[in-house]
Design a protein around this ligand. Sequence first.
Ligand code: XMP
Length: 326
Amino acid sequence: MQTDKRPETMQRINTAELAQDFIQTQIQEIRARVQDKKVLLALSGGVDSSVVAALLIKAIGKQLVCVHVNHGLMRKGESEQVIDVFGKSLDANLIYVDATDRFLSLLAGVSDPEKKRKIIGGEFIKVFAEEAAKLEGISFLAQGTIYPDILESDGVKAHHNVGGLPEDLNFELVEPIKLLFKDEVRVVGEALGLPHGMVYRQPFPGPGLGVRCLGAITRDRLEALREADAILREEFDKNGLAGKVWQYFIVVPDMKSTGVKDGKRYEGWPAIIRAVNTTDAMTATIEEIPYSLLHRITDRITGEVPGINRVLLDLTPKPVGTIEWE
Ligand code: XMP
């Protein structure tokens, strides 16, 4: 079995050939270990869980059961992409759970960020455990643990990842990418044929849009946030910033200001743009977005998203501001 320590002699996986070698070795190891048993995986659609899913599908096909829990706080199109890529193209054994109503009713009226995180993490575990209990003959639980998770297990990520899976599920763990760094996971993901946009997507927090729809979440403000965020992503894509900027997103606070739309007074929320660059997320600098693009994004968001009447730009580096607002 793999240890938790990366051997000093282990070569950095930075070419398609090295990725293929890694994939072939893992396929053999996984087959030898799992044999004819079943493996369960919580598939969020993030880079790490997607790469683990694609690897396991290659190794054991339908003996892998993927569960995608849509907590209603995903970005626009993300759950659909999981269904398209894994359910349709890769023909995986995929269970899709739309738990939006459960999450949003528990979150109704809750404005404290830590409480929100706890509710989202706790409910995620509950939904996942419920799905696991319905399945028979599962022996293994696959996880997209990567090397920085092991190195930084008392750092930022451990604090953030309230959504760890329950220990009492009593499965043996399969963690095929636990000795890889993020750049290597991406090279392996491309070699596995996953879509570029999925493999190179920016980091997205476990609680999703829940920590960007500030304060107590309401469905209408969450929807406005999701649409405004989709416009920002589309414009960054079109203008060559998507591959350059480390993390960029919209935040919608729980406040309204006066505006005018279609010749009438219009009370709306502001959409705040945050676009940062960093290497380790411990400190971050601000991306200098061209003004012409900012104008275009502002026109589109205020014109296309119901409920939004202003667009603001967050100029605060980390420190003093954290990357997320909550
Ligand atoms: P902050 O806001 O602490 O964020 O500067 C640093 C990085 O961590 C991400 N982040 C999270 N990731 N669960 C996660 O999995 C969380 O609750 C969470 N909160 C922040 C953030 O997006 C940034 O990349």
